[in-house]
Design a protein around this ligand. Structure first.
Ligand code: THU
Length: 160
């Protein structure tokens, strides 16, 4: 028998002022776009901002639907659009914010499992780590790559 213990590094910041300018700008854009979320069923508005290696920032929000499973999270809305518009440009970072009943959450929210899978594949595809910046009003948690959030992952290699 063999046991393996996994650990991930999470860097926590008290507020936006502690972030570098690039990350802080990304968070601000995620906050601004969150208002555009279409979330009439959950009243949980999520904003995501994706930084590309060419300097572009692509934003997205969650889009719900009366047929609930038809909706999509903010992270995938932003990433799929980024990968559609700039299919050859690596993604460097993604900032995620959420508002519950129009108030930004105190604690950061982590991307859901499906979003982790998509962020992870984007990271693998471009062979370039994606920094994940999860934002709450009480703290901001940063993880250096998607693999850390999805350690036992399924990827294209498993299809071979
Ligand atoms: N949601 C996101 O957009 N991103 C996440 O990481 C978690 C959940 C959305 C999906 C749904 O519209 C609402 O938040 C409540 O789950």
């Amino acid at each position: 028998m063999k046991e393996t213990q996994l650990s991930i590094k999470i860097t926590e910041y008290a507020n936006l002022l502690e972030l570098n300018t690039t990350d802080s700008e990304l968070v601000k854009q995620a906050m601004a776009i969150s208002e555009n979320a279409y979330a009439p069923y959950s009243n949980f508005k999520v904003g995501a901002a994706v930084l590309l290696k060419n300097g572009e920032i692509i934003t997205g929000t969650n889009q719900e639907n009366a047929a609930y499973p038809s909706g999509l999270c903010a992270e995938r809305t932003a990433l799929f659009y980024a990968n559609s518009k700039f299919p050859d440009v690596p993604v460097l970072a993604i900032a995620i914010v959420a508002k519950s009943n129009n108030v930004f959450t105190e604690q950061p929210i982590g991307p859901c499992g499906s979003c982790r899978q998509v962020i992870f594949e984007t990271e693998t595809r471009f062979k370039s780590p994606i920094k994940i910046i999860m934002v709450g009003t009480k703290k901001i948690s940063v993880i250096e790559n998607a693999k850390s959030l999805l350690p036992i992952s399924f990827s294209e290699n498993d299809l071979k």
